[in-house]
Ligand binder design. Sequence first.
Ligand SMILES: Nc1nc2c(ncn2[C@@H]2O[C@H](COP(=O)(O)OP(=O)(O)O)[C@@H](O)[C@H]2O)c(=O)[nH]1
Ligand SMILES: [Mg+2]
Length: 713
Amino acid sequence: MKTYQTKNIRNVVLIGGSRSGKTTLSEAMLFEGKVIDRRGSVEDKNTVSDNTEFEQTNQKSINATPLYAEFGGCKINVIDAPGSDDFSGGALSAFKVVESAVMVMNGTAGVEVGTTIFARYADKYGIPMIIAVNQMDHEKANWDLVRTAIGEEFGKKAVICQFPVNPGPGLEGFVDVITMKFYNAKNEELEIPAAYADEAEELRAELMEKAAEGSDELMEKFFDTMELSTDEIREGLRSALQAGEAIPVFCTAAKSNIGVRRLMEFIVNVAPSPEGKVEKTVEGGELKCDPAGPTAIFIFKTAVEQHLGDVSYFKVVSGTLNEGADLVNPESGNGERLSAIYSVAGAKKEKVASIAAGDIGCVMKLKAGKTDVTLAQSGVDAVAHMVLPDAKYRCAVKAVDKNDEAKVGDALNKIAAQDPTIGVEYSKELRQTILSGMGEQHINYVKWRVNNEFKLNVELFAPKVPYRETITKVATATYRHKKQSGGAGQFGEVSMLICPYIEGEPAGNKFKIDGKETELKIKNQQVFDLEWGGKLEYINCVVGGAIDEGFMPAILKGINDKMAEGPLTGSYARDIRVYVYDGKMHPVDSKEIAFIIAGRNAFKEAFRNAGPKILEPIYNVDIITPNDYVGPCMSDLNTRRGMKGLHRPPRPRSARRALPLLDYPQLPHRRRRYLHDDLRRVRSGSCRRPDEAPRRVRRPGAGRGLVPRLFLE
Ligand SMILES: Nc1nc2c(ncn2[C@@H]2O[C@H](COP(=O)(O)OP(=O)(O)O)[C@@H](O)[C@H]2O)c(=O)[nH]1
Ligand SMILES: [Mg+2]
């Protein structure tokens, strides 16, 4: 294959709901681009894109597959992304390397949950979007429904560039209002049939208006003549598309290969090329997509492929990559030789001599073996890392055979290095390894990989709940630690008062101690942010040198030790104010260890008397569901003690409803408005497989008359 110049490259990702036809469309694009001479189908399990066993068995895409088609003098790199939110990591990492997205919509269903999810992502990541209304040949194809739904979802941004003639199994073709031609089922370009001329004129007028908004010049011309040429429409659409102001709408029937060629033509003519695109670097600098610039490639996907081992897919962000290039990873300093480089269409890989800036390719067996990595000529910074959403689903994982524990750890870490939406961490608090991902299917896929690729058996189960402990009242305690028999003696005595820490409320100094109104003299105070969320305020009120200043850190250490292992259940304690107001020393035996022990025990005793409470984590969740599932979703959430949020966002115009749930309920007491910043860890507690019956958790402390309260993130 020849080396394509940057301006002749188009990088697009196919996004959209599951089963809208992305994989089928990519197959048709490859066929039109002469990469394959026979179209496979999802049902026959022989598409270029869905080429892994898991994908073929499940008849759905799991991985984002880079493909290409040579068309109209251009190389269109097509990344076929999975449609399920569980595997959205594939689409989101593709956003890092494409200049536009084709949103494939199911012509029988209109706007689906997947459409909304991925349109939001495209908007968030600033990726221009083209809509392809697919399955126009399906017996249930409904153009009017889809068109209305598009209008409701995308408003004025959506510009209809095509409409179908006789949608359904007898689909005759599409009228295109950019070229003002009719494309029949054999993809031939014909004059528009008279019956559709008026509708075409009407849509063209709307299209011209939208295109005119693309630039001031075009707007002027449009006002003067009320007419724009086809090229001017293209130019205007390109600007509006790139600015995120226009979403051109096309129609396809990928399975019968109708309209695909015309869509590709539009991509070549109007979709942006990578030329001049600027990537930010980790150091805040910029890398311009220029074939004459310094060589830098960015790895956006890593996969283990049959017979090939590790394959790294990259985009040349700058410069020109030649085979045999020696590059370095600017972040680790490790060098890599790229002895052979390939153009890639799924499993089909073609060796090439060089790849220019903006193009996508792959390389095998890199030492780095990781995604989200830059390899560049020395002196060039790494490209800024991908920004991916936080994990939505967590579970605990362990090896079935205890002897495999280390191997399972290695396997999970390897998978996580390849897929940045997978997280693996050992939770010290829960004493469990927590595996996190984008959804249940995603986690199950990891399990499948561990079983099949690494030949190890793992068990997934619900993680423990990360409870917290706190207090609700003021209490005091005095503890004397004395060890004066045999060897060196130890002596330390600490008197402390503890009370709840309330954010923004200054520390008081008037308390009733031993039945006497007492005013404490605050000498100094420090507020500590606790590693597990919440605060500890440590206040020194010791008068008359009862305890040396030098022992104060030892007492604090004792308190910290006990807070890390709460007196009630061993969970972390938080939001407590400690006043050390008195104590005793011994001229010889007082030493650090004595005060650590005295601090720890005094705290423990005071805590027990201070109305201790167990706190249970709650989480904010946003749920998007079709109207039909609102009821089941609500009752499912009720079985999990879900609370409906107080802050309802405005209802979207479309048929679906966004239900904000578990939004901050207004709890009556400020003290309960617990702020927890260590989101990740706390969230790890809430995950449960949706198919699993709600667990009856015997909450710690329940038997002791302690009613768990909630704490909020
Ligand atoms: N009738 C019809 N069926 C289609 C079309 N495109 C895809 N399909 C079918 O829709 C199903 C899902 O297609 P697939 O390409 O896997 O969708 P993806 O999940 O978006 O990748 C498969 O059974 C396809 O054969 C189309 O244009 N017309
Ligand atoms: Mg697919």
